[in-house]
Design a binder for this molecule. Structure first.
Ligand SMILES: Nc1ncnc2c1ncn2[C@@H]1O[C@H](COP(=O)(O)OP(=O)(O)OP(=O)(O)O)[C@@H](O)[C@H]1O
Ligand SMILES: [Mg+2]
Length: 217
């Protein structure tokens, strides 16, 4: 039995550790050959909240809620199961359509045009999964964190690196507007751009490191 957190500070700490634990789970799962499904999304949520808030960890919400600073109203809680089952069918189709993607992205004798086109398809799937979660908002809390980690699971499964979309302070509005743009116009471009930027930031770091290593040898 997990003891309930006694203070707000303790709760925050447990949630922060939960996110680290969930990121590790994502990394390990991405490297495995296990199939990604909506159940995996629930597992990510469970990893985040199992110490901080065990009652909601990995479970769909049983109440209706609003999203702070957003006009998007998440669906009635009684619809979540069906909606997530629909997403599951779509997800499996999209994953199947990408079954050669990892080989192409990691492959040695593949044209850059083909790699680029495949990376783009992977990023679109990551954005779609991200938004599917935040739109339905299936959990009582932690939908954003779960969605961002689920997007990383897609990126990492196909040989890319997990990113950190900036959602705090001055970056908060841009992230929220990117989601609102999908709500209103089914336009994924702003969210896809955020993912590209996150990747660029990570890969630039990697490239600089490798270049440095080469120079010193
Ligand atoms: N217009 C919108 N449409 C869909 N989803 C949205 C919209 N605005 C915000 N969201 C999502 O809702 C999340 C907030 O919901 P929730 O509190 O359940 O997640 P969280 O993980 O606790 O929050 P945070 O992302 O701030 O850590 C935001 O992070 C974002 O991902
Ligand atoms: Mg929250």
């Amino acid at each position: 039995m997990v003891e309930c957190p006694r203070s707000e500070e303790e709760l925050q700490k447990r949630e922060a550790i939960g996110v680290i634990r969930a990121s590790r789970f994502v990394r390990k799962f991405a490297r495995s050959h296990k199939g990604i499904s909506i159940e995996t999304i629930k597992e990510i949520h469970r990893e985040i909240f199992k110490d901080a808030w065990p009652d909601i960890a990995g479970k769909y919400r049983t109440e209706n809620l609003e999203i702070t600073d957003s006009s998007h109203v998440p669906p009635h809680h009684s619809k979540i199961n069906d909606l997530m089952n629909e997403r599951e069918v779509e997800l499996q189709k999209k994953l199947q359509a990408l079954d050669k993607a990892e080989g192409i992205i990691r492959g040695k004798n593949v044209s850059m045009a083909k790699v680029h086109q495949t990376v783009e398809r992977v990023i679109h799937l990551a954005a779609w999964l991200h938004y599917s979660i935040t739109c339905v908002h299936p959990f009582r809390d932690g939908n954003g964190r779960t969605a961002r980690l689920a997007a990383n699971l897609i990126l990492e499964r196909y040989g890319l690196i997990g990113i950190s979309i900036k959602v705090e302070k001055e970056n908060k509005n841009r992230y929220r507007q990117a989601l609102a743009q999908i709500d209103h116009a089914d336009d994924y471009k702003p969210l896809v751009s955020l993912i590209y930027e996150g990747l660029k930031e990570r890969y630039d770091g990697v490239a600089v490191k490798q270049y440095g290593a080469k120079q010193s040898s």
